[in-house]
Ligand binder design. Sequence first.
Ligand code: MN
Length: 203
Amino acid sequence: MVFTLPKLSYAYNSLEPAIDAKTMEIHHNKHHQAYIDNLNKAIEPFKELQDKKVEELLADNLKIVPESIKIAVKNHGGGHANHTFFWEILTGNKKENEFKGKIADLIKKDFGDFDRFKAAFSETAMKRFGSGWVWLVSNNKKLEIYSTANQDSPIMEGKKPLLGLDVWEHAYYLNYQNKRADYIAAFWSIVNWKKVEEIFKSV
Ligand code: MN
């Protein structure tokens, strides 16, 4: 299939002040679009890959992807999958930001309480050296916080993302400059826990 940029379900300015409209516009319309363009270019000569979903390309460390384009698909297919996921778990709607439901109960059970979970997730995000992501994943039904470099996707290792935060500088530098910690702190005010709950129930 030819991959296309997913439309956001909210306006670029709706995540303010946590993420400003200009950052959202460039991030979605330029960065995410570039991953898609490069992914399409990489798979262009391989007809058999063109009806696959991006998750299928990334599965089992890109098992079905020919060696010659593995790195390109890892980077750009990962970039497409990660960003598509990221947009979905963000919201400017305060009701959707309420931390509740089965996922909230399990987080509290596994991490002690919400604050301890946030601290552990934030610390992992701070420790990611250079560009990458921090994730809450379901790994064989067990919750796990971990981080990936570059655009590596948890899907490559069979882990199901439930929550993810982009800590590439392009995700925050316009508004936060070098203050990654402030960006991470602001993230909690725009997490769509309603959506995270839906994803959790589907994995
Ligand atoms: Mn990004």
